[in-house]
Design a protein around this ligand. Structure first.
Ligand code: GLA
Length: 393
């Protein structure tokens, strides 16, 4: 991978000093879905797939960007002066909005970008699969700026700047989970993150004789932007209704019993279902992390299944293809738990499967899913990885 990138780098950016190598993983969320924007807990881990970059300072004082995934038809890099970065681009080469968003947010926070940069990206994360290719691109770019321009930005700040770039430059009102997971990931661990305080702890991802299998429905999550922002608005409206009688700052301040008690305040039944999901999922995420720490994989798996049911019936962000994948998995031997992961409306499920049953899992699901939907699913097995940073080569 890196060798091919070196050749492309030399061709696209011409002569100059040798670039340095960087990597950012993607992430998979094990449980705690659609809780981050409601101040709740999430439990993701960084994965082995991600985005690589080669980068160096240049003396032209411009930002020059090229993606081997998206720019095949262009002979030259995208190029801009920092002072020309105003708002997001529409039309072609829109992937550059992520690195441009980062440069813009760094300048807004007073960092002086004292040198131009040449950056070549190349990833093996499937695009639109809900494995956080956007967050990976953002955090990777912060790391490159920080290391090559000596900005001294730590992992938590890198995640916050990346989320801000996505919210205010790209226009997706995501929570902090994805950026935090890809920035702060730790090999062989999942991260239990309180999204309201940003307190976090690492839990050893000890799966015994089981592994994580990610199944891609191969339905790109295209609606995720608009529907995601709508779900957030519905949660805000449930919060406003309850706040009239109870002093809370976010939905996940409530336990499921408390929500039950105050449910009468939420006038609209659909809005109430959104709140029921956020609050119950938050409780599941906390219990699941405890179960994993105690080595109780069976409870962890049942909570994963319950999470899918709530995302399907209360939050309504699954699609028939994701319900089919999870439903097939629940029937198979050696499946500890299975659920959709990420924003929804397409993308992947995450399953914990006994090693000895992994092949059967992929065979049966591959066959049944194809027969019922006409699409072939893709399978990825992954360990948990370290967060974004410079690669020692
Ligand atoms: C997307 C968002 C995250 C989070 C998940 C759902 O991945 O970027 O902030 O809300 O959806 O859990």
């Amino acid at each position: 991978m890196i060798e091919t990138m070196r050749q492309t780098f030399a061709r696209v950016f011409n002569s100059g000093s040798n670039p340095e190598a960087f990597f950012s993983p993607g992430r998979v969320n094990l449980i705690g879905e659609h809780t981050d924007h409601e101040g709740g807990y999430v439990f993701p881990c960084a994965i082995d797939f991600g985005i690589y970059a080669l980068a160096r300072r240049n003396d032209s004082n411009t930002l020059r960007l090229y993606s081997m995934n998206f720019d095949g038809e262009y002979p030259v890099p995208f190029e801009t002066k920092y002072s020309d970065i105003q708002e997001k681009l529409t039309g072609s080469r829109t992937w550059v909005n992520y690195p441009l968003g980062i440069a813009s947010i760094l300048m807004k926070h007073g960092y002086s970008l004292t040198s131009g940069l040449d950056i070549l990206y190349n990833g093996n994360l499937p695009d639109g699969a809900g494995l956080s290719s956007s967050a990976a691109l953002e955090v990777l770019t912060v790391r490159i700026f920080s290391e090559l321009l000596g900005l001294g930005i730590d992992g938590v700040k890198a995640a916050l700047f990346s989320q801000e770039a996505e919210n205010s430059f790209v226009g997706m009102h995501c929570g902090i989970m994805d950026q935090f997971a890809v920035s702060m990931g730790k090999k062989n661990h999942a991260i239990l993150l309180n999204c309201s305080t940003l307190d976090y702890s690492y839990a050893p991802l000890e799966l015994g004789d089981c592994k994580i299998i990610i199944t891609n429905s191969n339905v790109p999550h295209s609606l995720v932007g608009s529907e995601y922002n709508l779900r957030r608005t519905q949660c805000e409206s449930a919060l406003a209704d309850i706040k009239r009688v109870k002093d809370i700052s976010c939905l996940c301040d409530l336990t499921p019993n408390e929500l039950d008690e105050y449910a009468y305040c939420v006038k609209d039944p659909v809005t109430l279902k959104r709140a029921v999901h956020a609050v119950s999922e938050n409780a599941r995420a906390k219990r699941a992390a405890e179960a994993l720490k105690a080595g109780d994989l069976a409870t962890f798996g049942r909570l994963m299944n319950a999470s899918h049911v709530s995302l399907r019936d209360n939050y309504q962000v699954t699609i028939p293809e994701l319900d089919l994948l999870a439903g097939l998995a629940w029937e198979l031997p050696g499946v500890i738990g299975s659920r959709m992961t990420g924003g929804g409306f397409g993308g992947c499920t995450v399953s914990i499967v006994e090693n000895g049953q992994a092949e059967n899992f992929m065979n049966v699901i591959g066959r049944e899913y194809k027969a019922k939907t006409g699409r072939k699913p893709s399978f990825y097995t992954t360990g948990s990885a370290d967060g974004a940073g410079r690669l020692a080569l």
